[in-house]
Design a protein around this ligand. Sequence first.
Ligand code: GDP
Ligand code: IMO
Ligand code: MG
Length: 428
Amino acid sequence: MPATMILGSQWGDEGKGKITDYFAEKSDVIVRFQGGTNAGHTIVVKDEKFKFHLLPSGVLHPEKKSIIGNGVVVDPKVLIDEIESLGKKDISPNLFISERANVIMPYHKTMDDAEEKLRGKKIGTTKRGIGPCYSDKISRYGIRMMDIVDEEILKEKLNNVIPVKQKIFQAFGEKTTLSRDEILKEYLGYGKKLRKYIADTSVIINNAFDDKKNVLLEGAQGTQLDIDHGTYPYTTSSSTVAGGGCTGAGISPLKIKKIIGVVKAYTTRVGEGPLPTELEDETGQHIRDRGGEYGTTTGRPRRCGWLDMVVVNYACRINGFTSLAVTKIDVLSGLEKLKICKAYKYDDKIINDFPAEPNVLKKCTPIYDEIDGWEDIKDWKEIIKNGYNALPENMKKYLEYISSSSKVPIGIVSVGPGREETIELNVG
Ligand code: GDP
Ligand code: IMO
Ligand code: MG
C-alpha cells in the first residue's frame, strides 16, 4: 500500500493536526518526519483538546503505530511529558522513535536564544533549540536517540562537543557553564525512560508497506517555512516539503501516492519575515479572534491576512499536491467581502512565481480578486450531513476559486476543529 502525506502549504498552523487525526482513522502507521517541539498541532475530539508538539497526531488512535522518524529533532523531556500526560487520560501510545533522530540538548536552547539576541534581523524562532540542533546534525556534532541509551558513547560524544560549545558560548558572550556530568545524568535518565520506544523506524515503515498497510506521513510547519523553499532566512531549519518526507522517514519517493496540501482559507504567520497579504487592521484582528490565531507553542498572536494564491500555487509546484484540504473556512463566515491574492505587483511588473528574495517580497503588493462573502452559520450539523452541495453558494465559489487557480482538486473542506466537522469530497 502506498503512503499518503499531509503537508502545510503556507506558514504552518494550517490545521495539519486535525487533518492527520481525520485520516489516521483509515491508516495503520502515522509518521512525523521533520521538525520538533516548534510544532504545535491541536486536535479536538468530543470537545476535548489535545495539543502535541512531538507526538504524531495519530496517537489518539492507540491501535495504530505512531512513529517519530529520523528527520525529527527530539526534545526528550517534552516527549516524556507528552507521553505521561496522555497516560493520565489512559492513552498509551503505540510509539516508535527512530534511533537516528537527533536530540535537542540544553546548549541548543541556549544558542537559539543567544543567536536571536545577536542577530541584526530577528527570525522570531520558538526558542526550542531547533535551528542549533539541526546545525549540529549537519556539522556532525549531533547526539542521536541511540546515544542516550549508551553511557560510554554519550560520555565520549559529550567530551567532544562540550568544549566546542563552551568556546562558542564565550564568543556569543554567553556565561553559562556546561557540566558534562549533569548533562550525562539528565540525558541517560531520559534514555532510560524512552529506551523501549527506540527502534529502526525505517524498517517498521517499510515492513508496513510490505504488509499492505496504510502509512500516513504528518508534516510539521509549512512550505514557506522550509529551509530551502521557504522565505529564507525567515524559515525553520528542516525540510518541510514532500521531499523531506522521504529522507525524514527513510522511505522511497516511489512509495508516496497521495500528497495532501493543507490550505488555511486565509493566511497566518508567527514570527518575523514578509507577509504580503497581511491585514494590520480590524479585519485582521477579527480573523485572529474568530480563528483563535494565537500560537499553540508560544502563545504569540499570529499575523493574519487574506488568502494568497501565489503562496498556495508555489506550494503546489514544490510538493505536487494531489488534493487540497481547505481548513478554517468557517472563520470567514459573516464577512461581507473577501479578497484573494492572485499575483503580486513589483516595480510595475506582475509576478506569479513566489520570489526568493525577502527584500523583493517586501516590496510586492498583492493584486486581489474580490469575492462576495456568505452569511454567518449558526448550525453546521445539517450542512455537514448534506455535504459539499449544502455549503453556501459564495463559499463554494471561494473554494472553486482555490481549485481553479491551483489546478488541484479539493478533497476536504474543514468547517470546525472537531473530527466530525469535516466534509470529504470524492477526488480519488
Ligand atoms: P497545525 O499546526 O497545522 O496542526 O495547526 P494548529 O493546530 O497549530 O492550528 C490550527 C487551529 O485551528 C487549531 O486550534 C485547530 O483546532 C483549529 N482548526 C483546525 N481546523 C479548523 C477548522 O476547520 N475550523 C476552525 N474554526 N478551527 C480549526
Ligand atoms: P506547526 O507544525 C507556525 C516558525 C517560528 C519562526 C520560524 C523559525 O504548528 O505548523 P524555529 O523555532 O522553527 O527555528 O522558528 O518558524 N515556526 C512555526 N510557525 N507553525 C509552526 O509549526 C512553526 N514552527 C516554527 O515562529 O518564525
Ligand atoms: Mg501549529
